[in-house]
Design a protein around this ligand. Structure first.
Ligand code: 6GU
Length: 290
């Protein structure tokens, strides 16, 4: 099929079979680590590791801070597959290619997906190092017509028209908030929020005028990933949880010298490493032993 070449169900089934024939592990949870958050993978008791380049037809991460490894392992007693680094639309991949790993996870048996990203804080109350649980998203790519579900629908994934009003699972968000409140009780200075994530195409950061528009629209954080993967995951019936690490406060004034940059994005990821690892791991335990 001309429209879906390189992303057909059969091709993705082939990739899942390739992976499953090389490990005995049968993952229940899938994790996608965003910029600077690849260290979440270090809490995995890794049983099998693939470099993206050795997986047939798999996209390759081209961004610093994205290791480009697919790991199978255990977090406690829960079987997990973990992408250390994702691929983005701005790298040149079609959206259908960007979500291929999500569908591979589905055919590997994953039922719950946890995604992280680095994002700019649009909400003026958000500070660098805060964590935002994604409650909902505004998909600027999708509203403009760029959608991984565009083209002939393969019903084996899901329905043609998919509702997104419950895209980000309520139970997982509630659980994640409960777990987060424990850190606060223990005196942690990390602030957790729940908010709306906007995805833009990138790779440039937003202009002042764009950020002012986003804030007026009620958007809390802005980034270049996740929403598309969430759509594909929800479409094929997976339970979705996503969170953003706020890596910079968006500058909504013209006469300010600060410039957002990828180095600060990676740096703030590293600063929250241990808390994020702990939190994600306890969420994985909660889901796995549900
Ligand atoms: Cl300010 N914008 C976008 N689009 N993505 C980001 C970001 C900003 N900071 C981290 N990721």
């Amino acid at each position: 099929n001309l429209f879906v070449s390189g992303s057909s169900y059969e091709l993705i089934k082939g990739i899942a079979d390739f992976l499953l024939s090389r490990t005995d592990l049968r993952p229940k949870i899938g994790i996608i680590c965003g910029s600077g958050l690849g260290s979440v993978a270090t809490i995995l008791d890794v049983k099998k590791e693939f470099s993206y380049s050795e997986i047939p037809h798999f996209p390759r991460s081209t961004v610093p801070g994205h290791a480009g490894k697919l790991l199978f392992g255990y977090m406690g007693n829960v079987a997990v597959m973990c992408m250390q680094g994702r691929v983005h639309f701005y790298e040149g991949y079609d959206l259908v290619k960007c979500v291929m790993p999500v569908r591979v996870m589905k055919l590997c048996g994953v039922t719950h997906i946890i995604m992280s990203n680095a994002a700019g804080g649009v909400n003026e109350k958000y500070n660098v190092g805060d964590i935002m649980i994604v409650k909902d998203h505004v998909n600027f790519l999708g509203l403009g017509g760029l959608n991984p579900l565009r083209g002939p629908n393969d019903d084996r994934w899901g329905p043609r028209f998919v509702a997104l009003n419950k895209a980000y699972d309520q139970w997982m968000r509630k659980k994640a908030k409960e777990l987060a409140s424990q850190y606060q009780q223990q005196g942690s200075r990390t602030t957790f929020h729940e908010g709306v994530y906007a995805v833009v195409g990138g790779p440039n950061f937003e202009t002042v005028a764009e950020l002012r528009m986003l804030r007026k629209m009620g958007i809390d954080a802005v980034g270049m990933s996740t929403a598309t993967e969430a759509i594909a995951a929800h479409h094929c019936g997976m339970t979705v949880f996503a969170f953003s690490l706020i890596t910079n406060k968006c500058v909504l004034e013209y006469d300010v010298e600060e410039m957002p940059n990828h180095e600060e994005v990676i740096e703030s990821g590293l600063k929250q490493e241990s808390l994020v690892k702990d939190w994600v791991s306890s969420l994985v335990q909660a889901v796995g032993n549900q």
